[in-house]
Design a protein around this ligand. Structure first.
Ligand SMILES: C[S@@+](CC[C@H](N)C(=O)[O-])C[C@H]1O[C@@H](n2cnc3c(N)ncnc32)[C@H](O)[C@@H]1O
Length: 207
């Protein structure tokens, strides 16, 4: 089996095993950063079931949203239809290991673009930064720790905003680092557990 098939099948399995998990809610960290921006053209990498893409479209953005999972994209397109945002979102099935969407963007968003499979994330994020218009933002939000209700939380490894920034290897004169920090937010686990999640937040502006 090729790496491309592996990736597709893994994420297809991930979505097919569950009913759609759509809540319509976006991470408040994401909303807080994007809400003040003037809308333009956005690219959502690993859009999953489309909550962020729909939120962006509702806030006036023209969105390209990509994911490797056909099931996730079908659900995302369904949500876009239900919310009257379908005309502002183009969904594409793309394996980011193999290809990167065409175009120039004012915002490229990578929300929890993390995979247990072999995934050349730094290369993908470098291409994401290169796809920004001057003045555009790359927004990377990652799980910075396992959820407290997971028994495997302590065995997992996570990128930090600083390690992601270092991997990108950007020159000082091409980037303004607006935020590189870890933030905490309250969340509820699958069995109703209350706890806090840690998100790594990296906001880079292309000069
Ligand atoms: C942890 S989920 C995050 C989904 C969504 N961004 C969110 O915030 O809920 C990671 C997403 O990245 C997608 N993904 C993983 N590897 C990918 C790849 N190589 N190319 C495109 N999408 C990929 C998965 O299908 C999944 O939807």
């Amino acid at each position: 089996m090729t790496m491309e098939q592996d990736t597709r099948e893994f994420w297809e399995g991930h979505y097919r095993r569950r009913e759609r998990i759509w809540s319509g809610k976006v991470n408040p960290v994401f909303a807080g950063i994007v809400e003040p921006l003037a809308p333009g053209r956005a690219l959502d990498l690993g859009c999953g079931e489309g909550a962020d893409a729909v939120w962006l479209a509702r806030h006036g953005w023209q969105v390209d949203a990509v994911d490797v999972s056909a099931t996730a994209l079908e659900r995302a397109a369904g949500h876009a239809g239900e919310t009257g945002t379908a005309d502002r979102i183009a969904f594409h099935q793309v394996d980011l290991v193999e290809e990167f969407p065409e175009g120039r963007f004012d915002l490229v968003s990578a929300q929890f673009l993390q995979s247990p499979l072999e995934f050349p994330r730094a290369g993908v994020l470098r291409r994401a930064f290169a796809a920004l218009n001057p003045g555009g933002l790359l927004l990377v939000v990652d799980h910075a720790a396992g959820p407290p209700w997971s028994e495997h939380a302590h065995e997992m490894e996570f990128p930090t905003p600083q390690s992601t920034l270092a991997e990108l290897g950007l020159a000082e004169d091409e980037v303004l680092v607006e935020r590189a920090e870890t933030v905490e937010r309250a969340a509820t686990g699958p069995a109703g557990e209350h706890g806090h999640l840690l998100d790594g937040v990296l906001v880079l502006r292309r000069r």
